[in-house]
Design a protein around this ligand. Sequence first.
Ligand SMILES: NC(=O)C1=CN([C@@H]2O[C@H](COP(=O)(O)OP(=O)(O)OC[C@H]3O[C@@H](n4cnc5c(N)ncnc54)[C@H](O)[C@@H]3O)[C@@H](O)[C@H]2O)C=CC1
Ligand SMILES: O=C(O)[C@H]1O[C@H](OP(=O)(O)OP(=O)(O)OC[C@H]2O[C@@H](n3ccc(=O)[nH]c3=O)[C@H](O)[C@@H]2O)[C@H](O)[C@@H](O)[C@@H]1O
Length: 435
Amino acid sequence: MKIAVVGTGYVGLVSGTCFAETGNHVTCIDIDEKKVKKLASGTITIYEPGLEKIFIRNLNEKRLDFTTNLAEGIKDAQIIFLALPTPPGEDGSADLKYVLGVASELGKLLTDYKVIVDKSTVPVGTAEKVRNAIAEHYKGEFDVVSNPEFLREGVAVDDFMKPDRVVIGTTSERARKIMGELYAPYVRQGNPVIYMDEKSAELTKYAANSFLATKISFMNEIAQLCERLGADVDMVRRGIGSDERIGKRFLFPGIGYGGSCFPKDVQALIKSAEQVQYDFKILKAVETVNENQKLHLLPKIKHYFNNQLKGKHFAIWGLAFKPNTDDIREAPALYIIKALLAEGATVTAFDPEAMHNVKQQIGNVIEYANDQYSTLNNADALIIATEWNEFRTPDFDMMVQKMKHKVIFDGRNLFDVKAMQDKGFYYESIGRPKM
Ligand SMILES: NC(=O)C1=CN([C@@H]2O[C@H](COP(=O)(O)OP(=O)(O)OC[C@H]3O[C@@H](n4cnc5c(N)ncnc54)[C@H](O)[C@@H]3O)[C@@H](O)[C@H]2O)C=CC1
Ligand SMILES: O=C(O)[C@H]1O[C@H](OP(=O)(O)OP(=O)(O)OC[C@H]2O[C@@H](n3ccc(=O)[nH]c3=O)[C@H](O)[C@@H]2O)[C@H](O)[C@@H](O)[C@@H]1O
């Protein structure tokens, strides 16, 4: 099939590349000229394990190309995916200016039947708005489908190639058939394509992200209780996770959820509810808990240093919002850094992939180290903000040699509490007894 993908960010690039991987011809369109030039010349623009290899293969085999020209990019396409940003507007609701702007452009360009697919995360009713924006200029036949994306950064290729499910929202038989054909190679036995109406598909995406965020905030509150009652959240997590109705995944407490989606999607669903006079109480609490959790380590740190952080030097391991990505959008580490600097402390940080993005965002207000151990020179304490694999089994002897004090505040529960005590560390983590 011939496919166009408008927007070559995370979702656009991953889905475009993966659609090409099963033999489709994909043209990716973006207004960012620099990005398009880079991609067209074979340089990948995001860090995503496994993506570069298939990106290069499909580029070389001419199943994937890039352009800034919308008219040229969509000309021969049977399906046009919109993978455009839907950032929070001033009031927290999803800003649809990119999606509707492109829809209106498409209306001026369409000359024959095409399926226009909302892949961006968009509020209920957007498919209708996209349809109207196109129909204002184009009077011929076309369909608008909602096909939300559920990939996770860091494992995006696997999530896309072997999805748990594919949700397709359309009431058009013609569009349903085309979308079914496109997705047939991706769904394994037992992992269904779920067809529904557009509105239900749109809400499914927000419900999924909000439910997962709720699980995390719930566990972060259980962790708070554990700290106050002397229980161990790791044990509680295992104890409840083995119940299939609850499930083992997404029960890890930490320093809050970040990333480009959970924070904005929770906010947007609260707003959508408000617009139909519904007060979504649980989600408001989920958001508040998460805001507090990002700085949960701070009082512990201040308490340890008798409320005097001025002149103290901190090492930070991990800047990305989660491992295996260079994405720093809403990363808890950035909130911690800001709070430490405001208290007059200094910071040296290391992240295996995300440092270039942090440098670009906050510049040289902190120092950047070439590896995890160099952050520790003269550090009064180490703070762990992202659970990269290489942080899980460090050389503790080398750490001890470099650190001024053997003090670790671990926002991701990487180490065994008793083992750390035996090594002589002062070690605080999330929801586990200090010993
Ligand atoms: N990042 C993720 O892991 C996931 C994101 N989503 C959703 O997918 C959508 C896109 O997200 P990301 O890929 O992260 O966004 P992004 O911000 O990484 O990329 C968006 C791209 O669209 C381009 N763009 C903006 N206006 C344009 C226009 N008029 N014409 C052509 N290109 C234009 C930008 O230059 C950028 O390259 C959002 O709604 C998001 O909520 C859904 C699932 C996963
Ligand atoms: O809509 C989206 O953009 C995507 O949002 C999330 O994917 P992503 O943001 O890439 O990352 P997750 O793995 O979900 O992690 C999100 C945040 O939750 C935190 N988290 C996750 C799991 C957990 O048990 N505890 C926890 O604190 C992570 O550290 C991270 O900050 C969803 O998992 C995807 O299904 C969805 O497509």
